[in-house]
Design a binder for this molecule. Structure first.
Ligand SMILES: N[C@@H](CCC(=O)N[C@@H](CS)C(=O)NCC(=O)O)C(=O)O
Length: 232
């Protein structure tokens, strides 16, 4: 059994997408980041960065005590290696997946995240910041579109590289992007959206978080964190 410490955001969806696809038994432990549950001491023990997702695998491959993992990219890799699926075993196939997984973790995720922040949540509309992140998101969409112009998925067969990127394309409108401008990306996006496991993952999110709007109180918890926040 795997415990998934989860909330209904793109980084959380990556892992429900994987788990639904894999058939591994799991249970969700909700971490409502809007009410500050990411700061609970028991959660910080497995996720010292006070961010979800995180997992605890109670049946690790080498047996022994449970294994916990934080960071969505590390979780996807851990789970793919655990079941021997969604990442190839051969060197070349594996490196293809890894580089696109890291591209998402270091590029698409953080840049689209800043895009969401300055376009949707910042108390002031800062044109320079909005433009910077809308443009950078646009560039990254262009990179992905080009990559998908001659292949079905990001790196060989459907893999953790696709699972990492897809949830960050779902909010494309909030990111100031039009999918019509990226035909290959659009085709890939629509194909993944139709996968039964993806549909189940997103349906689950709606059951878990029935109030997805970010209130003023949640903004005070989520934004403006410093070292003092994590020292308490
Ligand atoms: N690089 C991390 C980012 C995780 C992350 O930023 N999680 C956000 C939600 S998407 C979170 O838990 N935020 C809580 C907070 O800001 O306190 C990953 O991919 O797992």
């Amino acid at each position: 059994m795997i415990d998934l410490h989860y909330w209904t955001t793109p980084n959380g969806h990556k892992i429900t997408m994987f788990l639904e696809e894999s058939g591994l038994p799991y249970r969700i432990v909700p971490v409502n980041i809007s009410t500050g549950e990411q700061f609970k001491p028991e959660f910080l023990k497995i996720s010292p960065n006070n961010r979800m997702p995180a997992i605890v695998d109670h049946d690790p491959a080498e047996k022994g005590p449970p294994v916990s993992v934080f960071e969505s990219g590390a979780i996807l890799l851990y789970l793919a290696e655990k079941i021997g699926k969604f990442i190839p075993r051969d060197l070349r196939g594996r490196v293809e997946v890894l580089q696109w997984l890291f591209w998402q973790m270091g590029g698409l995720g953080p840049m689209a995240g800043q895009n969401h922040h300055f376009s949707n949540y910042a108390p002031e509309k800062l044109p320079y910041a909005i433009e910077r992140y809308v443009k950078e998101t646009n560039r990254l969409y262009g990179v992905l579109d080009k990559r998908l112009s001659d292949r079905e998925f990001v790196a060989g067969a459907y893999s953790i590289a696709d699972m990492a990127a897809y949830p960050w394309i779902v909010p494309y409108e909030r990111q100031g992007q039009k999918l019509e401008n990226f035909p290959h990306l659009k085709r890939w996006f629509e194909a993944i959206r139709e996968r039964p496991a993806v549909k189940r993952a997103y349906a689950l999110a709606k059951e878990i978080n029935t109030e997805p709007t970010v209130s003023a109180q949640s903004k005070a918890i989520l934004f403006g964190q410093t070292a003092a926040t994590v020292a308490r």
